[in-house]
Design a protein around this ligand. Structure first.
Ligand SMILES: [Zn+2]
Ligand SMILES: [Zn+2]
Length: 177
């Protein structure tokens, strides 16, 4: 189960899916999102109860669902910007890789901790990046697809390396290093 990410139109308060550039209700354009102040408009939707949570809350205000259980925020973000379904092959495959390989291994656990810290910072930046579609296309082609291929051919170590490269790419791109 993945948490979806939505942005709320400032004008009409309609909740829009992350991939849309214009409000699906009133048509006004998505402007740079303001994070970290009263105007926060991006939220994540709890997959368990549908509660809408502020971005920096790690657990659902309503049912306590831990966001970290809902997997890869970064890859989910990339795929939803590109309008891929939440149950698309790439995400399902990565979810399985995470559960079967990353979570039980020390190397993988370290990576997941780093990944979580980075995705908290980077996801809002992707959302407000006016070039987010091309950024996400690049990431999908150069990291997500190759990781999937490596996972498919059981090359787990190489898959972890590729995964790490993706995290590094985002860190560097958004100057968080
Ligand atoms: Zn609107
Ligand atoms: Zn909830």
């Amino acid at each position: 189960m993945d948490a979806r990410i939505i942005w709320t139109c400032k004008k009409c308060k309609f909740d829009n899916p992350m991939g849309s550039q214009n409000c699906n209700n009133c048509g006004c354009k998505l402007k740079t999102l303001d994070f970290g102040n009263d105007n926060v408009v991006a939220r994540w939707v709890c997959p368990q109860c549908g509660g809408k949570n502020m971005f920096d809350n790690d657990t659902c205000f309503n049912c306590g669902f831990a966001r970290s259980k809902s997997n890869c925020f970064l890859t989910t973000t990339v795929c939803s910007v590109l309008r891929y379904e939440d149950n698309c092959y790439a995400l399902e495959n990565l979810r399985k890789f995470r559960k079967d390989y990353l979570e039980p291994n020390k190397d993988g656990q370290d990576l997941l901790i780093e990944y979580k810290q980075i995705s908290d910072i980077v996801v809002p930046k992707i959302l407000s990046d006016k070039n987010k579609e091309s950024v996400c296309e690049y990431v999908y082609k150069n990291f997500i697809l190759p990781v999937n291929k490596l996972v498919d051919s059981q090359k787990h170590k190489e898959a972890v390396e590729k995964y790490r490269e993706m995290v590094n790419y985002f860190e560097t791109k958004y100057n968080e290093k």
